[in-house]
Design a binder for this molecule. Sequence first.
Ligand SMILES: Cc1ncc(C[n+]2csc(CCOP(=O)(O)OP(=O)(O)O)c2C)c(N)n1
Ligand code: SF4
Length: 335
Amino acid sequence: MTELNYKKKDFASDQDVKWCPGCGDYSILSSLQMALTKTGTKKEDIVCVSGIGCSSRFPYYMNTYGYHTIHGRAPAVASGMKVANPNLSVWMITGDGDCLSIGGNHFIHALRRNIDINMLLFNNQIYGLTKGQFSPTSKQGQVTKSSPYGSLDRTFNPGKLAFGAGATYICKTLDSDPKHMTDMMVEADKHRGTSFIEVFQNCVIFNNNCHQEYTDRKTRSDHAVYLEHETPMKFGKEGNLGIVLEGLKLKVVEIGDKYKDQDLLVHDKHNKMLSYLLLSSHEENGFPKFYGVIYQEEDETFNDQVAAQIEQVRNKKGEGDFNKLLFSGEVWEVK
Ligand SMILES: Cc1ncc(C[n+]2csc(CCOP(=O)(O)OP(=O)(O)O)c2C)c(N)n1
Ligand code: SF4
């Protein structure tokens, strides 16, 4: 695909990586470095922008342009970058605390505007950097340093939140499957608009194995459905499980006498109702998680709209004059 011929190591910086040994962040870093060898984007056009948290140290480790901003504000900075220079490939890196707590407002508005950036949410269901307080994605009742008797907060579902905010691209992947993660990043890069990728990431120190059932190589085939567009939803170690639609509910079935392959639900990433069901279903106990591109739609991007509007006004009113604007209207001098 690319004629640039980058190798993965071309995207590694000379900085010592300061994550704990075994942290899921390493695999995400490696996957993005690999994905960027496949997207065909010149290095000088790539920028990683992050907020604050362990995950947000990411730009230091990438040999691209990078910006470590302030807590929760990566969407604002990423938006500004993309609008000012539409040529950039912007990768926004954020954690569940950074993105959904202090940054919740910025997150939803970036999605609503459909700015052409890629958002990677590292979801470890905990605040890692500040040593294990509960976050908006921690399980209700979870005992953490800041919830010794169990967190009372209801858990945020990031995909559903993104859906409600008008996201045009929602995808889920896992740190323990770098091949899938890399493919998902390459796909996200092709989408024009905000691509939101939630990565189930393990924090070995403060929330170890929080996604184990769905991400552990040994158990995940029975607990995770890898979605592919226009393909029946089949899973299980023996390939003997599938998803069917019963009324308005998804149901796990065993393929055999009663249900055949042709009875299985076929994924359609452009189907809003189906995507909502896929995003909601794992809240029910024992239901598998869905990975892959859950939802995608084509829509105008905010950065294109801004550029078009500027062009329109410029054609009508001519080139602007900033000094003229600054000294027009009521002006006074403070002495
Ligand atoms: C304004 C502000 N408030 C609070 C903090 C403290 N703080 C730093 S990182 C963080 C949360 C990080 O958690 P998460 O986004 O889940 O990232 P992780 O470290 O788990 O990757 C908090 C609360 C801060 N740096 N700035
Ligand atoms: S505290 Fe958790 S999230 Fe942070 S570097 Fe260590 S393992 Fe990773």
